[in-house]
Design a protein around this ligand. Structure first.
Ligand SMILES: [Zn+2]
Length: 507
């Protein structure tokens, strides 16, 4: 709830109104009138507001914060009229089940109120003079200026004012705000990328903190995208930040990448990586992708028409390699500086792409970074003429239409019905068993390595593969698609519900 008042703010009464039986924390901010501002003594203040507009905007801010931090209740009271030294000008209280959410929500409410509320402040000095704060050109000039903020990078001849404007007009999406995404976002925000969208469906956990440098212990349990936006807003007030608390899917990928200048893939699983790659390829948006395994990482910049695509890169690798790499990325051991280094390199490549400072060779090679011997090995990433995605004639128009015509490898479960008659096949690893009671009727279970049996089954009709994590089924599907078979798909989400883990709970 938001309210404007000309009366004294009664802090205790407001706090009593916020009392909730489920609340475990109440965070209160009080803005007081002080006797000085910018080195000048102040005698009293006048606040003036466009009442109707301020009320509407205040309501909108509170509603947005309560939606962003579900379970939080926000109460904000803002004084107008004449205020004396020591009086309360603004009171913001947030209650929540958990303190971390209450702290974050309170801080973001303060920032939004300060930035958006149409309320103006007039200072009265002891000598009788009065002035509107932040309304005169001198006052405005004393505030932080973008030119000062970016001074050290605009003095680079490769950037200059022209480059800075390019960065300001750029729209960048980062998918995955973890060990790679945090440093990447930090440097893109610092460089002044005008519109930066951060996407992650996860919440901050204790084991994230050593590598995910935008987060602190205050953020535990908070949405990663929201916490990252909050941390970046405090560092650069001159850019637009958007938090996307969602998972990337086949359904939303195209809309999310449309109109972006560059997209960064900072995720840690192969299913998402292929979905994002295919959406960027289809839209002609440059994709900067990195992956880390222990002390090593790979960096690829995919630009349609340059070098091989992700499918070219992966089709000569065995499925075991892909799965092993995925397990190591998602739950395994990782050297913190390795993800930090690769995340910063992603930011660097994204900035160079926006500025037009990349060489064409960067788009045609895979860069292998090894932190054990401090080496970077760049190997050619050639286009495979047999690649089902990019191995088409050179003309971009025909490449694009070929992609549109080629059916997706990964299928969302809701799209299953549209295929008509299909056979669902669960791939089982040694030691895995499926629960027959929970399997859809007619599902066939076969050992994951039995590719020969799958080749025979495709001859009988369309098949859809699933497995516990969704990785192996996707990889097998790509393998058989590369052999020229179209009648095969993989389910996007895997089937954890029907194939329980062989040893203990899912990591
Ligand atoms: Zn390809």
């Amino acid at each position: 709830m938001f309210e404007l008042t000309e009366l004294f703010i009664d802090s205790a009464a407001l706090r009593a109104r916020l009392a909730r039986p489920h609340a475990g924390a109440c965070v209160v901010f009080e803005g007081w009138v002080r006797n000085h501002h910018l080195g000048q003594p102040v005698r009293e203040l006048h606040y003036e507001a466009f009442d109707v507009m301020a009320q509407l905007e205040g309501n909108a801010i509170v509603a947005e914060i309560e939606q962003r931090f579900s379970g939080c209740t926000v109460l904000c009271s803002h004084r107008t009229g004449a205020l004396r030294i020591g009086e309360l000008a603004v009171w913001i209280g947030v209650v929540s089940a958990h303190r971390a959410a209450a702290f974050q929500a309170c801080r973001q409410t303060i920032e939004e109120i300060k930035r958006r509320l149409p309320v103006w402040k007039k200072e009265f000095h002891p000598n009788g003079a009065a002035e509107w704060v932040n309304c005169t050109t001198e006052a405005a000039a004393r505030g932080p200026q973008p030119a000062d903020y970016y001074a050290r990078q605009t003095s680079l001849p490769e950037i200059g004012d022209e480059g800075q404007s390019k960065l300001g007009r750029a729209r960048v999406l980062i998918v995955g705000i973890g060990g790679l995404g945090c440093p990447a976002a930090l440097y893109l925000a610092g460089a002044g990328v005008g519109q930066l969208a951060l996407m992650d469906s996860g919440k901050v956990e204790l084991s994230n903190l050593p590598r995910q440098i935008l987060f602190t212990t205050d953020d535990l349990g908070i949405s990663k995208a929201d916490a990252a936006v909050s941390a970046l807003r405090a560092r650069n007030p001159f850019i637009q930040l958007e938090s996307l608390n969602a998972e990337l899917t086949v359904q939303n990928a195209r809309a999310l990448v449309a109109g972006r200048t560059v997209v960064l893939d900072c995720t840690d699983n192969f299913a998402t990586r292929f979905i994002l790659h295919d959406a960027c390829f289809s839209a002609g948006v440059t994709l900067v992708q990195a992956a880390v395994h222990r002390f090593e990482g790979t960096l690829d910049i995919f630009r349609r028409g340059d070098g091989g695509c992700l499918h070219c890169l992966r089709q000569d690798r065995s499925i075991a390699d892909l799965d092993a790499a995925a397990v190591n990325c998602s739950g395994g051991a990782v050297f913190g500086p390795a993800v930090g280094t690769l995340g910063v390199m992603q930011a660097s490549e994204a900035l160079k792409t926006i500025l037009g400072q990349s060489t064409d060779e960067m788009f045609r090679r895979t860069h292998l970074v090894n932190l054990i011997d401090c080496s970077v090995l760049s190997i050619a990433r050639d286009r495979n003429p047999a690649c089902p995605v990019c191995g088409q004639p050179e003309e971009k128009s025909s490449t694009a239409s070929a992609i549109t015509a080629s059916p997706p490898v990964i299928l969302d479960p809701t799209d299953l019905a549209a295929l008509g008659s299909v056979r669902l096949i669960a791939l089982l690893d040694p030691g895995e068993t499926a629960d027959p009671a929970r399997l859809p009727a007619g599902t066939l279970c076969i050992p994951a390595g039995d590719i020969a049996q799958l080749r025979e089954l495709i001859e009988e009709g369309c098949i859809v593969l699933t497995c516990r994590h969704g990785l192996r089924s996707a990889a097998v599907t790509r393998l058989l698609r590369a052999e020229g078979r179209a009648n095969i798909y993989a389910l996007a989400a895997g089937s954890r519900s029907i194939i329980p883990p062989p040893h203990g709970p899912d990591p």
